[in-house]
Design a protein around this ligand. Structure first.
Ligand SMILES: [Zn+2]
Length: 467
């Protein structure tokens, strides 16, 4: 285990010296809500400034500091970096985000790193549909970074699910492809995130102009991020959201909440939950209400009675946030059972999810009313997934062997890193490292190449065919 460092002084400084930042006190990029840097990007930049990888920096400094502050295992933060959803976790509203932001605040002697996450909204906005599921970007923002001579960075705004456009350039956000190499290698100084962006820009993606509504929505959220500093010090009041909605209902709908519910495309009961302060509104809903009432989202959260106009949402946008409404349960049970048995017999469906989709019923409904069939489908799903995982792993091992052999034939020692850079088959699921390790061992066995130990460079012998 690494030695626990001081949180206020770099290693080697006398104990009685005034507090200094342990890590460089770099300033997060961005000057407003539209271009503020997210915490995941900040961490990458911080590591690059120290000329080490994110993994090394976390293992040696950040992890032990988090142990001192939160009593979490010093290796926990290092293991979090390797997870695929690390970026979402560290920029979100969870305890994980709070731990990272506060630890980095201590080490860099900053106070504002929570603002690089969505933590300020934690008590004000429902976490439902708050974050986007994938990494997205505006290519024109990256162009601005290049022309300004700074490194390309990810904006916090792109992490918000309700945002689909860049308010600065009026372009639709684009999904970045997955990380290039199948395994995450936290020990690398330039992490895969940067490589992904470069490859994405090289592919010259088509830029799509966003609609006015999309840009307006993005601007509303950007303004909310701008206001987020004040949210950190405030507590949520149940009556604020209620005061705002009651004002809108009284002013524009003669006190009839059902009419507002219809305009927004929500159930009366849902609006009732909001107006009685029991349920916090989700960000997509806050955005639509703010757009209809021509006000800022902060006005709704703070209960400001500022709405002067009400513009109904266009017909197409009055949909539910959860787009799938399942109506299959309205069919008689005997009829559903008959169709379900047929689906199972003909092997048309591979698992319980596929069956509930085909019958347009929820998983819960399937589990409750058709227990035996559900159990059978769950078992079948597990078998299918296991088989598919096995197949991908085997395909990966075959591809590994081919590239390993190619390097050996060229007289180059096939290190794992060199081989992986050439393999274009992804290895999925848990235990990625084990799968790569296995493929490597098998390739060495099959080609008779000795494995290098303790930094020795083994002598490569040309392969002799024994036949
Ligand atoms: Zn942009």
């Amino acid at each position: 285990m690494s030695r626990v460092p001081s949180l206020t002084r770099p290693g080697g400084w006398p104990e009685d010296s005034p507090p200094r930042s342990v890590l460089f006190n770099i300033i997060p990029y961005g000057s407003c809500g539209a271009d503020r840097e997210d915490l995941c990007n900040f961490l990458s930049r911080l590591a690059a400034e120290h000329r080490v990888s994110r993994g090394s920096l976390t293992r040696r400094i950040i992890g032990p500091a988090a142990f001192e502050l939160f009593k979490v295992h010093p290796d926990q933060l290092t293991s979090e970096i390797g997870c695929t959803n690390f970026a979402a976790g560290v920029c979100g509203v969870t305890a994980q985000a709070a731990r990272w932001a506060q630890t980095l605040n201590h080490l860099t002697q900053r106070e504002d790193l929570e603002l690089c996450t969505l933590l300020p909204f934690k008590n004000f906005v429902s976490p439902f549909k708050l974050q986007a599921l994938s990494r997205r970007c505006c290519p024109a923002c990256y162009d601005d970074d290049i022309s300004s001579g700074r490194t390309m960075y990810d904006r916090l705004l792109w992490r918000v699910g309700a945002v689909n456009a860049c308010p600065v350039h009026g372009l639709q956000l684009m999904r970045l492809p997955k990380q290039p190499v199948g395994v995450n290698r936290p020990e690398q100084v330039t992490d895969n995130r940067e490589v992904t962006v470069q490859r994405f820009l090289e592919s010259r993606p088509t830029r799509i102009i966003a609609s006015k509504d999309e840009t307006d929505d993005a601007r509303l959220v950007a303004n909310l991020i701008d206001d987020s500093a004040s949210f950190l010090t405030m507590t949520y009041s149940l009556s604020s959201q209620r005061a705002f909605l009651e004002h809108v209902i009284d002013t524009f709908f003669e006190g009839k909440s059902a009419h507002l519910a219809m305009q927004l495309g929500v159930d009366k009961s849902q609006l009732h939950g909001w107006t009685h302060g029991r349920v916090r509104m989700s960000l997509p809903r806050l955005v639509s209400v703010a757009r209809c009432c021509c006000c800022e989202i902060a006005d709704i959260l703070l209960g400001e009675q500022v709405a002067k106009h009400f513009h109904p949402l266009p017909e197409g946008q009055r949909s539910r946030i959860v787009s799938q409404v399942r109506r299959g349960a309205e069919t008689p049970l005997t009829e559903i059972r008959k169709r379900l048995r047929k689906l199972i017999e003909t092997k048309e469906v591979s698992d319980a999810s596929a069956a509930s989709n085909a019958l347009n019923i929820s998983r819960k409904f399937l589990r409750k009313h058709f227990r035996e069939e559900n159990a059978l489908l769950v078992k079948r799903g597990e078998e299918t997934r296991r088989a598919s995982r096995r197949e991908t792993t085997e395909a990966f091992a075959r591809a590994y062997l081919v590239e390993h052999q190619a390097l050996v034939d060229d007289g180059i020692y096939p290190t794992r890193r060199l081989v992986l850079a050439r393999v274009d088959v992804e290895v999925h699921g848990r235990l990625k490292h084990r799968k790569v390790q296995l493929a490597k061992r098998e390739a060495h066995l099959a080609t008779g190449t000795p494995i290098a130990l303790h930094g020795d460079t083994p002598i490569l012998r040309p392969r002799v065919d024994k036949k």
